[in-house]
Design a protein around this ligand. Structure first.
Ligand code: UDX
Length: 438
């Protein structure tokens, strides 16, 4: 009998995991506590933008392999393996992760577990959480055959389906041979493909995830620190990055200089990691992450300074076109978005800011209602004194500088993502500025 899977928390991670597991042939029942979300998903309506995922969702709903519910009793009865995918956001007014959704999920599920099953945590958590939750399960679950495993998820928004079906590696934190055996069965397709499967203890599994994100954030802030040095010396950080990348010990990925990182993971995960290190008394080990965070925030301020300087020192009464609201291209996610942060700061200084993004306008409107929004890049640029490229969507890279130039009041552009061809834009009469370049 094939294993029956459940997924708890139908957010980004949970919905993707549920749909992809169903696509591999498993029967999957996914739970969310929000009835509206469950209704939308059950109708095949994905509440966020993720290329390729609507098709996977819809074909597995149609086949009947994927279903959604709000009932913990139903999933407890159904599942052999329960994946817990609830969010662990940054706490308000604090760096630490808020694990209350995770505790609520375990408290709701555990007392209903009357048969053998495996609970698999996928949420990103402070190291030590799995140990604590294992004790909670032992206390609350009626069946003695309930085990816990920790299986961090490394998916990127925009590549969520690909990353779930064909991850770089699968890491499982387990305490028993049986738990490992069940997870090897769940991931049999990936293992057959040759994807590395690493079995570790709980704290190591938890740490692989947060240290991977800390490393990625550090790489981005490293190159952005070099951009600051380039700005002081007249060097070009894009050429510097290109030259560094030929050393394959350094590598080209995540060495893209610009406005820096945002989103629902990297910023909050490095902060939560620092908070946890403080609690563990090893804060010195991670003090460099404070600098990583600070460099990242400074890029946003630098962007505002560059734009202001191009407008002769003041945004008062000026019209600013902002291209991009999502924290990165191919996403509608505006959580901790550098683009929106910059747009809001410029609005604060008295500019009339019009933002355009191919996917993130609805979300952007909710968090920054005082900004104006255009229906296209051309509409947003109409009559503007300056154009700021803040998220590197392909459609912005493809903009025709001549055509755009005919709409604006002044041909000023700041390329916050080093995404445009400076020579082409200058040849079309634009004053082109970019972060980290002369
Ligand atoms: C990240 C991790 O990549 C993923 O493994 C983890 O599971 C969740 O967090 P995601 O938040 O989807 O994924 O975004 P990612 O593609 O990693 O980009 C993060 C941010 O870094 C974006 O704001 C992006 O614009 C920025 N970035 C990325 C750079 O500024 N420069 C780069 O070279 C690469």
């Amino acid at each position: 009998m094939a294993l029956k899977l459940t997924v708890i928390g139908a957010g980004y991670l949970g919905t993707t995991h549920a749909a992809c597991m169903a696509d591999l042939g498993y029967e999957v029942l996914a739970l969310d506590v929000l009835p509206d979300r469950v209704d939308r998903l059950a109708a095949g309506d994905l509440p966020f933008y993720e290329p390729g995922l609507p098709e996977v969702l819809q074909r597995n709903l149609a086949s009947g392999r994927l279903r959604f519910t709000t009932s913990y009793a139903e999933i407890a009865e159904f599942g052999d393996v329960h994946f817990v995918c609830v969010g662990t956001p940054q706490q308000k007014g604090d760096y630490a992760a808020d694990v209350s959704h995770l505790d609520a999920a375990f408290s709701a599920l555990a007392p209903l577990l009357t048969r053998e099953c495996l609970i698999v945590g996928k949420s990103t958590v402070p190291v030590g959480t799995a140990d604590r939750l294992a004790a909670k399960l032992a206390d609350l679950a009626p069946s003695p055959d309930v085990a816990l495993a920790w299986n961090p998820e490394f998916l990127r928004e925009g590549f969520a389906v690909q990353d779930t079906l064909h991850p770089d590696r699968i890491v499982v934190g387990v305490r028993s041979a049986r738990a490992e055996e069940v997870l090897r069965e769940v991931y049999t397709h990936q293992i057959a493909e040759g994807i590395p499967f690493l079995t570790v203890d709980f704290p190591t599994a938890e740490l692989v995830k947060v240290s991977a994100n800390a490393f990625l954030a550090t790489k981005i802030s490293f190159i952005n620190a070099m951009a600051e040095v380039c700005e002081a010396t007249g060097a070009d950080v894009t050429m510097l990055s290109k030259a560094l990348a030929f050393d394959d010990r350094i590598g080209a990925k995540f060495l893209g200089p610009g406005l820096g990182f945002g989103g629902g993971c990297l910023p909050k995960d490095i902060r939560a990691f620092m908070a946890r290190a403080d609690e563990l008394g090893v804060d010195q080990a991670l003090s460099f992450l404070r600098e990583v965070d600070a460099i990242n925030i400074r890029r946003r301020l630098r962007m505002v300074d560059l734009a202001r300087a191009l407008l002769n020192g003041s945004f008062q009464g000026r019209k600013v076109c902002v291209l991009g609201a999502a924290f990165k291209p191919n996403s509608d996610d505006v959580r901790d978005s550098p683009a929106l942060d910059v747009a809001a700061a410029i609005r604060e200084e008295g500019a009339d800011v019009t933002v355009y993004d191919p996917q993130a306008l609805d979300n952007a409107r909710k968090v920054q209602p005082t900004l104006s929004f255009g229906a296209s890049a051309l509409e947003a640029a109409q009559g503007s004194d300056i154009v700021l490229l803040l998220t590197e969507w392909q459609e912005f890279r493809d903009l025709d500088p001549e055509m755009l130039g005919s709409l604006v009041a002044a041909r000023n552009v700041v390329d916050g993502r080093n995404a445009l061809d400076a020579e082409v834009w200058r040849a079309a009469g634009w004053t082109y500025k970019a972060l980290g370049r002369p």
